[in-house]
Each structure stands twice: as structure tokens, then as C-alpha cells.
Design a protein around this ligand. Structure first.
Ligand SMILES: [Cu+2]
Length: 477
């Protein structure tokens, strides 16, 4: 039904205008028209119009490569409509995935409310199997907890269920199915939930920019479109809000901004989140704001499976600062794990012999794997290079869970647009040493555990021929 797909773009004042118009055609008591978003862009913050009261206005969040779901007020209740449905998500330019999500996207839209709000969420199931939604971390009546079979019957295809509860405490939350959970989360069904404090809060500082995203992961065979749903740990695409580098938008801030980043982890492993150039405090965990006495300055914090964390810092160093998961294989896209280490192996002799058998054979990894980032290697359709992303100085050699925090003096308040690459002041970039480097002094001792520099290449190296192609280069993760 393309006529019902509304594209939210342009101003920060996006509202459910189109859905409100549809609502007026039917009785007000009817289901709110679902608002659908199909673009993977980071949308401007959602500022609800005409909503007054305690805690309003609040500083809305910006969902990385995502959006906030508009609501309608109905007799003092904030009403949302989530539609669980198959979606097509661009993970990064060059690769689309056939996922399940909500309202046209995976992850689903962020739900953003104020502490004390009564919230009613209509959930329509347009999937081929039953589902439910669990409101991860919320205080709520037991029957609203969304555990299929335990606290409610599941929502069958074509049916709509209603969840209703009061957002009792401020913080960062998530939502996801609690029915056929392993399959439905492997297919991309999840979303963020932000509850702002009702007023000034002793432990919640006001910030200039408030970002949120989920850590998620997929196992998609290069050349195919649909995730493998029975994968337990060996995922091959490590994503933030179902995007991988270079598809993840940068976090663009103004010099001196107080910045909050809210992160939830719905993958099956932990992610040590690492920010360059700044120290941050963990100001919030699963249970809400942390006591100030517990806040340690960090540059990396681990976000374990099922956890939410809030990082805060003052962006007082201009530049393009890497922000990524510190598990190095999580900053890569799909690759083969059965590639042997070839560093230090001189196999020039054997290449010509192998090429007689396998004409397209390529030598890989003789000097490390950096060549891979720039190599023009044929890839199957619908896949991404293992390491890519063109920066101002060359290939960034990254993939997966990586993006850039861009801190700029010129960034205007409220402007989330990409300012381009940082222009480094003269004399502040690492540079090549122009003269010959002296040989470093080395120990001449021969006793004990001394290990003299090896000068001769190893002999009698056993070599197994591996053919290029799916089996060796892009065989899962
Ligand atoms: Cu990771």
C-alpha cells in the first residue's frame, strides 16, 4: 500500500499529520494509522507539536540511521501503532537485506515518551508467523510484559494487540519480540525506547545532543539477502541499527556540546564500545541513571548482551574521532575465517605453478591483510567489501561497528548534518620522516634467552593450495 507510506523528511517538526488526517476519516477510537519509514537515513529529532505538561518540552533523541515514531494524544494517553512486517533494509550502499522489522524498517522506530506518561501501543502483526513485544527494562503490569505463552497469548498473523502502561521511570530501554525470539531477533525485530525525566533530575544532566542506537548482528551469506536464522554466535555482519560501516552515519556535534550516546545490545555477544579523543562517563545503565559517585572516566565500556548503557562527555576536541566496537573482527564486514596467516611466507615460487591450475588465483596476506581493502577483487552481488570506507587520507580499512564522531566549531546548534572531513590545522597531522632512519641498537648478547634477529627465510614450509572464491574468501564468518 504505497499510498500509506509516509516519508518523514525535511524539518524537525515531523508530526503524524498524514496519519492524523487518516484518523479523522474514521472514528477517533479507531486504530491510529501506522506511520511508515523506508529510508535508512538519520532523521531529524521528533518534536511533538501541541503537547504540554511536566517535562515538556524535552530534548528529543536522534536515532542513528533511524527515526522516532510519531504518536497521537487520545484522552491523555499517548498512542503509538507498531506494525511488525517484512522489510528491505540497506545495510550499506551496495547491500540490501530482507529482514523483519516494524513500520518499514529494521530496527523499528524509537519510541520516546516522558516519565509518568500513560502509553498505549497498538501492535499489528503482518508477519507470516505469530509474534509479541517485550518492553525490555520497563516497570509495568505483568500482563503487559509481552512474553508469549507466559503473560499473553501470541499475536497471530493479521491480528492487532494493545499494550498499555505508564512509563514509570526515566531511562534507556529496548523492545523486541518474546515469541520465536531467536529467529525474530536474527531477522532484525527490535527498537529503542527512551523515557525522558519528568522535570529536572538530580542524576540526569541536560545535554545538547542525545543519540541512540542498538547493537545488532546478522549472518547473511555473501550474495544472498536473508539472514540465517539458526546462527547462534557466528554472525558475519556486525551492525548498529542494522547498518554497517561505511553505511553508519557520523555523529555530528558542535565543539563544546555536552553529548549523550545511548546504546542497547541485542546481539548475542558483548561489545566494548571505544571512543577516540575524549573520556566519557557511564551515566546510565539498565536500571536508569547511575549515582554520580560511581562514574569513572572511560574511553571504552563494555555493553553486554541485553544491556543498555548511556555515555556522556563534553565534545571539546575538534576533529574526526573514530567511535567503534573494540573487537577488531566486529569492525569488518563478511569475510572468510579459513584464510591462513601468510605473513612472512614468500610464495612467489609457487604462485606461477598454482596459476597453471587455477588461473584466477591471488596471493593474499603476504604482508598482512591491508591489501584486501583496496584490492579490486570480484565480489558476489549484494555483498560488501570486508574492509572499506574512503577517508581523506585513503581507505579506512574498516567495516561493521565503526563510525566517526565529528566535532566542529562551525556546527550550528540543532544542525545534525554532515560537515564533511575535518580540515586539520597545519602541522597537526602525523607526517613522514624525511631522512633515513638510523638502525635501532640491538642486544648482542648470545646467552640465556636471547633471540637473535632472524635473517633467513624459513625453509620447508608446507603449503596447501586454497582456491579463491566463496569457499576461501567469503565463506561466512
Ligand atoms: Cu563488537
Amino acid at each position: 500500500m504505497p499510498s500509506r507510506r509516509h516519508f518523514l523528511r525535511g524539518t524537525g517538526a515531523i508530526t503524524a499529520a498524514a496519519s492524523a488526517a487518516a484518523v479523522s476519516r474514521v472514528a477517533l477510537a479507531a486504530l491510529p494509522d501506522p506511520v511508515i519509514q523506508t529510508k535508512p537515513d538519520t532523521m531529524p529529532p521528533y518534536v511533538p507539536a501541541g503537547v504540554t505538561g511536566a517535562g515538556r518540552p524535552y530534548r528529543p533523541v536522534v536515532t542513528l540511521n533511524g527515526w522516532t515514531l510519531p504518536f497521537r494524544m487520545h484522552n491523555g494517553v499517548k498512542e503509538f501503532h507498531l506494525v511488525a512486517e517484512p522489510v528491505v533494509r540497506e545495510l550499506a550502499p551496495g547491500m540490501k537485506a530482507h529482514l523483519w522489522g516494524y513500520n518499514g524498517q529494521s530496527p523499528g522506530p524509537t519510541i520516546e515518551v516522558v516519565e509518568g506518561d500513560r502509553v498505549r501501543i497498538f501492535v499489528t502483526n503482518r508477519l507470516p508467523e505469530h509474534t509479541s513485544i517485550h518492553w525490555h527494562g520497563q516497570r509495568l503490569p505483568n500482563g503487559m510484559d509481552g512474553v508469549g505463552g507466559l503473560t499473553q497469548p501470541t499475536i497471530h498473523p493479521g491480528k492487532t494487540f494493545v499494550y498499555e502502561f505508564v512509563a514509570r521511570r526515566p531511562g534507556t530501554f529496548m523492545y523486541h519480540p518474546h515469541a520465536d525470539e531467536m529467529v525474530q531477533m536474527a531477522m532484525g525485530m527490535m527498537g529503542s525506547w527512551i523515557t525522558h525525566p519528568r522535570g529536572r533530575h538530580a542524576l540526569i544532566d541536560e545535554v545538547d545532543r542525545d543519540f541512540c542506537f542498538l547493537l545488532n548482528a546478522y549472518d547473511i551469506e555473501p550474495g544472498s539477502y536473508t539472514p540465517k536464522i539458526m546462527t547462534m554466535l557466528e554472525f558475519n555482519l556486525w551492525s548498529w541499527n542494522s547498518r554497517v560501516f561505511p553505511g553508519i552515519d557520523s555523529l555530528n556535534v558542535r565543539l563544546g556540546d555536552r553529548v549523550r550516546i545511548r546504546i542497547g545490545n541485542l546481539t548475542m555477544t558483548n561489545h566494548p564500545m571505544h571512543l577516540h579523543g575524549h573520556e566519557f562517563l557511564v551515566t546510565g545503565t539498565d536500571g536508569g541513571p547511575t549515582p554520580k559517585s560511581t562514574r569513572l572516566a572511560e574511553v571504552t565500556t563494555d555493553v553486554a548482551v541485553g544491556q543498555m548503557r548511556q555515555l556522556e562527555f563534553v565534545a571539546d576536541e575538534p576533529g574526526d574521532w573514530a567511535f567503534h566496537c573494540h573487537k577488531s573482527h566486529h569492525t569488518m564486514n563478511a569475510m572468510g575465517h579459513d584464510v591462513p596467516t601468510m605473513i612472512g611466507v614468500d610464495h612467489r615460487q609457487v604462485v606461477s605453478k598454482i596459476k597453471r591450475l587455477v588461473p584466477e588465483y591471488m596471493v593474499m596476506g603476504e604482508r598482512g591483510m591491508a591489501d584486501m581493502a583496496e584490492m579490486e577483487m570480484p565480489l558476489p552481488d549484494n555483498t560488501l567489501p570486508m574492509m572499506s570506507g574512503a577517508g581523506p587520507f585513503g581507505s579506512v580499512e574498516m567495516g561493521g561497528m565503526f563510525t566517526v564522531l565529528k566535532v566542529r566549531r562551525e556546527q550550528r546548534p540543532g544542525d545534525y548534518g554532515d560537515p564533511g572531513w575535518y580540515r586539520h590545522p597545519q602541522g597537526t597531522v602525523a607526517y613522514e620522516w624525511g631522512a633515513a632512519a638510523a638502525e635501532p641498537p640491538r642486544s648482542g648478547a648470545t646467552g640465556g634467552q636471547s633471540m637473535p634477529l632472524r635473517t633467513a627465510a624459513a625453509r620447508d614450509v608446507e603449503i596447501r593450495v586454497r582456491k579463491p572464491g566463496r569457499s576461501a574468501v567469503h565463506a561466512g564468518h
